[in-house]
Every structure is written in structure tokens, then in C-alpha cells.
Design a protein around this ligand. Sequence first.
Ligand code: NAD
Length: 445
Amino acid sequence: MKYFLAIIGGGPAGYTAAEKASKAGKDVVLFEQNAVGGTCLNVGCIPTKSLLYGAKQYYNATHAQKYGVTAENVSFDFAAMQKRKTIVVRKLVAGIKQRLNNEHCTLVSGAANVLSRTDELVTIACNGETYEAENLLICTGSMNFVPPIPGIKDNPAVWDSTDALAAAELPKSIIIVGGGVIGMEFATLYHELGVPVTVIEAMPTILPNLDQEVVAVLLDKYRKAGINILTSTKVESLDGGRVTANGEVYEAEKVLVSVGRRANLNGLEALNDLELNCGAIIVDDFMKTNLPNVFAAGDVTGKVMLAHVAARQAEVCIGRLLKQIPLQRIAYNAIPSVVYTNPEIASVGITEAQAAEMNIETEVRRLPMTFSGRFMAENEGETGLCKMIIDKKTQMVLGVHMIGNPCSEFVAAASFAVRNGYTVPECMQVVFPHPTVSEILHEIL
Ligand code: NAD
């Protein structure tokens, strides 16, 4: 049988594309070597959020006095948290499988290898069988990057995020190398469960790609809470749990290394004429590579390594393959992102620093989250911050950057404004429900 589309990788890009193309009546084969759902569902977004939620329940119970509640002898069971996480993941994986099954998509469990390609046909091997398709969509994702630091390889004290998520027990203490998104989310998890945490970040600040005024609020809170955060500090070598950085030695039971991820090109060796940039597949606005019938979506394109970007790239790609008019593009200028620290950080659009780099004259508005009544009622001792970046000439909203719970839940409202180029007077016409923290987006106008 010749398929219309072969997809390698069943993460958010792969399963979204498979469902959409199958729903349109196309014959689709999807190859996945592990469980469908990919990194995000199995060893990324969902398991971390499940554990973080457990940790937050414990943390809130032990810090409830400020709300007039005293809870004595509060304890947690890490094994039970892990068990719940596994059940959540299992249910979501089953849901995706069911959806693919409902659309009659052929799901093949195994590692796929591209054997050959012409402009008419791609041949793929998996589990000793051969599959043929007119088009190929590569959704092979990314892998944890292991930096070339002496003593890191085969070091039993070293974890990556997958090891940390699978651990049966909490470490007694942890050093986190890399104060990026993964590093700060795990710092939150361990800190809230009482594990001493040291974060070592090479750049002058943690979360270097985010608005630094927002990051400063987190940094201040975490440092006061006792998380040891070292910036402008480069790890020189490791020896078990002993980490040498900037000439000093730090020691912990485990060392979590989270210094970024790299595109996974395994199984694609036969596509030796595929164009790459810094090890990631180059794609056009419709996710097409330089090869006429080969497309790529998700982390493997190295554009923005976020699950929701991967899913949107997949939608755009399938729209293009099905020749749906009008052809859609991704609004990369309006991708929301969230860091699940406590408080959460959520942002969309450009930062003040990026606007300056782009020579855009802006008006920057700032408001503490405490302007929201609901925030005051539910976030004792927190101030939070909402920042809006506005084009001075057009009054268009270019970016929104927030810290304060639960800003992840309403950053999508700001995405609507940035995506559609709404101006301040247009945004003012939107009615927000009261009392919600989302009202901050109205108050700031
Ligand atoms: P990252 O790029 O977000 O952060 C890596 C950090 O490590 C950077 O701050 C960098 O300066 C630092 N670093 C690099 N080399 C170092 C060294 N030798 N010593 C000390 N610090 C060093 O990468 P990540 O945190 O590993 O996350 C990987 C990807 O997964 C990212 O694209 C991220 O957006 C994504 N992710 C997203 C979420 C979310 O959306 N909530 C959660 C987890 C991961």
C-alpha cells in the first residue's frame, strides 16, 4: 500500500498532523518508537506539571497560616505523587491513541529509518517491514543536550530531566546546571518539597530570554526563600556530585543538567541532501524542507521548542499538503510561553529589550498584579507584575509579560491582542469578568 503521508515521530507535531490528515480522508502512517505523545506528554510538560501540582499542594498546606489556616503534621508521599503522574500520562496517551484510531490512522510502534527518497516516493523501514509514502513529515523532536564538561559522561550523580522525572526517591540535595525553563521548573519542584537547591547559570541572569523585570521578581522571591542561585557562573568540571564552577566547589547528591535540547535526526541518515542549520532542519513558512515532498515540524526544526508551536506547525503543514485555501502561516510574533515556577511567568510577543534591538519606539506600561482584587484575595504576600509593550506610533500591543498566579491561564487573551494587532483603544472595548486576575490586562490599558 502507498500512503499519502508518512510521519516519523508521534509527539505534539506528529499526532496533530496524523489526526488532521487522516480526518481529511488521507492514508497516513505514523511511526513512534516510544509512547505517542512524545517528550511533552511522556517525559516533559505533563509529568512535570503533575509533580509540580503535588508539590504546590504540599507547599500551600505548609504556608497556609497567612490565610488563617493551620495545618499540623503535613507530609507528602513522593511515591504517591509519582504514581499519580504516571496515571495522568497513561490516560492522556490512551486518549491520543484512541483519537488516531477513530480517524483510521495506521500507528506503527518502532524506530523508523528512511531508506530512500525520490520526488514521488519515500521508502521507510520499521520492524523489518517496508512502507511507501508520497510525502514525509519529520517530527522526530529533540534530545537533551549534554555539554562537553569534564566528568559529566557516565557520572552516576548526573541526571537529565528524564532521569529526574523517573526517580523513585527525591534527592537529598541537588545542583541544577542551567537556569533556563527546565532548570527553574525543577528548582521549584525540589524547593517546594524541601530539597536544598543550587542553580548554576552561565549567563548574567536566569531565564535569559524572558523580560528581565519579570524575572527579577522571581529571582528575588526564590533567593529570599533560600534557593541558591548563582549567575555568571560557568561549570568547569564534575566529579560525582562535586561541581567546580568559577573556581569554587559545590556539592550535592544529584546534579541535574538542563542546558538546552538539540534536534533529533536519528533515522534520517539517507536524506543526506536535507538542508540543516545548526543541526536543525530548515523549513519554509509552510514547514516544507528543501526536498519537495519532505516536511518537518516541531523541535526538529529548532525554531521555538514548545509543544504548542509544534502542534501549530503541524496544522500549517497539513493545510499546505491538502492545499487548503487560504494557506496559513504561523504567527511567530505571538507565541505565548509559560514557565511553571511559583509564581508562574507567562508572556507573549516581544520584550522591551527586543523592541529596543528592533528600533521600535515603544511605550511600556507596568502594573503590579495587586491591582486585581482577585489576585489580592488569593496571593497573600505577593506583588506580581504585568508589563505591556505598546508601539508608540500605532498604539498596537506588541508584547505582554507577567508574573503572578495564575497568569498562565489568561495569557491567551493577550495572545489574541498581539496576534491580531489590536490597539490599546480596541483592547479597551473587551470586557473582562470580575473578579479575575485577568482584569489586569484591562487595568493596564
Ligand atoms: P533553555 O535554553 O531554556 O535553558 C538552558 C539554560 O542553560 C540557559 O539559561 C543557558 O544560559 C544555560 N547554560 C547553557 N550552558 C550552560 C553551562 N555550561 N553552565 C551553566 N548554564 C548553562 O533550555 P532547557 O531549560 O534545557 O529547556 C529545553 C527546551 O525545552 C527549551 O526550548 C524550553 O523552552 C523547552 N521547555 C519548555 C517548557 C515550558 O514551556 N514550560 C518547560 C520545559 C522545557
